[in-house]
Design a protein around this ligand. Sequence first.
Ligand code: BEZ
Ligand code: FE
Length: 739
Amino acid sequence: MPAGLSGASPPNAASRPSAASPLAAAAPPAAGFTADWLGQRVVFADGALDRLPAEVGALGARRVLFIAGLAGAAPARAAALLGDRLAARWDDVRQHVPADLAVAVATEARRVRANAVVSLGGGSATGLAKICALQTGLPVVAVPTTYAGSEMTPVWGRTDGAVKQTGRDPRVLPKSVIYDPRLLTGLPPEFAGTSAMNALAHCVEALYAPAADPLTSLSALEAARLIAAALPVIMAPGASSGPARPAGTAVASPAGTGPDTAAQAGRALLWAACLAGRSFGTAGGSLHHSLCHLLGGQAGLPHAQTHAIVLPHVVAFLSAAIEPQLGRLAAVLGTDPTDVAGALWDLGAAAGSPAGLRALGLPASDLPAIAAALAERQPASPRPLSAADALAVVTAAWRGERPAPLSPALGDGQPGRIGQPGPDPGTCPQPGPDPQPEADPQPMSAAGLSAAVIDRLQQTPDPRLREVLTSLVMHLHGFVAEVRLSQDEWLAAVRFLTATGQICSDRRQEFILLSDTLGVSMLVDLLAGPSGSGSAGFATESTVLGPFYVPGSPERGYGASIAERPSGEPAWITGRVTDLDGRPIADATLDVWQNADDMLYAVQNTDAPQDNLRGLFRTRADGSFAFLGVRPTDYPIPDDGPVGRLLASTGRHPWRPAHIHVIVSAPGYRTVATHIFDSGSRYLASDAVFAVKSSLIRDFERHEPGGTAAVPEGVPPGAAWYSLRQDFLLSPVAAESGD
Ligand code: BEZ
Ligand code: FE
């Protein structure tokens, strides 16, 4: 039940017999405190917009740059009120203040010789005015139309590319703030709700941020109390935030809180936003804000919704380290101290907050990078944050499930108990030795489990193995969580992998086939990057090795045939191996293998000679090579096993476009495993293993019997044959490693 707007005391931890005395929790700590309280003028009244000329006049401003992104009555009215003082209106307002916008707005302020900036709008308009002030030193008058609260802080933010920078500077703190609750009339409930959750995040973080003091804690708690009480009122069907509803029109509040009007609720929320912003502006930010700014800058997520989603999960993570603050917060939220994170989640749900960062479109694959960036930032946090912790928090916010209540008796193995006196509000206690390490294990959560697995991997001595396994577990757990894998599905996956292993033999490699058909082999290939270029062109591109490569091909002489029995139409392949500048590479080896016109490789066909259609060739002094193979045919990859069944169940065909395999190596050069693709194949665009690179496609030229071209040795008399020229360019190992 939310605390009533009438001020009736909610049931709270402080009234429970086991809880701390209110004095112990709220009196200044014995060590005292030091506080920098911000000097700022606030005008708060229904209709306060009318006082805009007076506020601007008090600053001595005659030329105002007016920033307002919204069209509508309020900006028009403000512009009219500014009258002759309106030097220019600026309406390009964007979230997170992109750097180009920051430059443009300051340029405009200078161009029109403004001597004050007025902003009207939400956090983005205020933020732009602040950035303008940061660059020009102009004073700001802010007229907020949401519950963002940034008008009460000296914090600025700007996004350069994917990085959101924030900072504190007294010059950006608006000199005067005009709160006119009427301006919020008609704010759509879902917008009002998430904006109010943004304000609530300010309250919560202000309770434990580094510079919290008794006054910031007091105002943050009062703001939280108001938000918890007013939010359900404005979200009630038919309610519309803001006080313009005809006087006395009541909206029934939930669960017996009495008929609070939407007007009262809107006014209370705006006041709460002011208090919350002020508390936060003084106390500073911590883990929650760091993460939200990262998500805004790096992933472009919307500000208010991100706050609403992330808050409960940060609080769940910090719970054991901020028990005194949570005890007081629980009291004003009217919830149990063990369930503050859950209560914040409930409020978010009531505010229409989306279900997790995934509902904002954040892909699971972004989570490791965001977690790594958060851990690297090491924001001021009451609980130390390891890389695994960062991932657990980000993953929990991404999944968006309600955090589980804490075990009341344990406190997560950290010092102090919820509701009991603890360290000074606002300080950042470090975890001490575990008083009851073996007592009552915590209920296991999915995010906690992932973090535990990752934690245990951190002792892996080899750093690369540690990095790879950590990321593997992050992604694997993220995948299982995202698709909510059922027991039956998990068992089916185990059976599939078992069958994949069981069908493997010294003649069949089903795991490579699985990797190939899932695109993993080509991904590894592509990530290795291009091999460079020189005056003769680009290095020959690589592609998949495939499962039919068998080391130990017989060495054959220049121009020899690799067909040990009739295997298809003869194909005479010639070319040179050179470096990137066209210089010949002598004694390079070409390991060649291909399929026959029955579509099989020798290793697949127990009837064929083991070395049929394979051979090892060496280049001559001028880099040249030649061999007689056969024109390759399209063929299906083996589809009588688990991988074939997987292809069939996804409606995919198993065909590969016709090709000849070659591995080219030479000392001092990067070995390239590649294909010569036949341009006549119909499967070039739909290769079952995604391995076609256009630079590897070649035309086989047909020669009829009795033609003018010299017939290579080994072509049966009277037979048609093909020819193809293929040069291979190798990149030096040294250039690749950057030496
Ligand atoms: C091959 O080209 O031999 C091949 C490559 C990937 C999967 C199956 C076959
Ligand atoms: Fe092949």
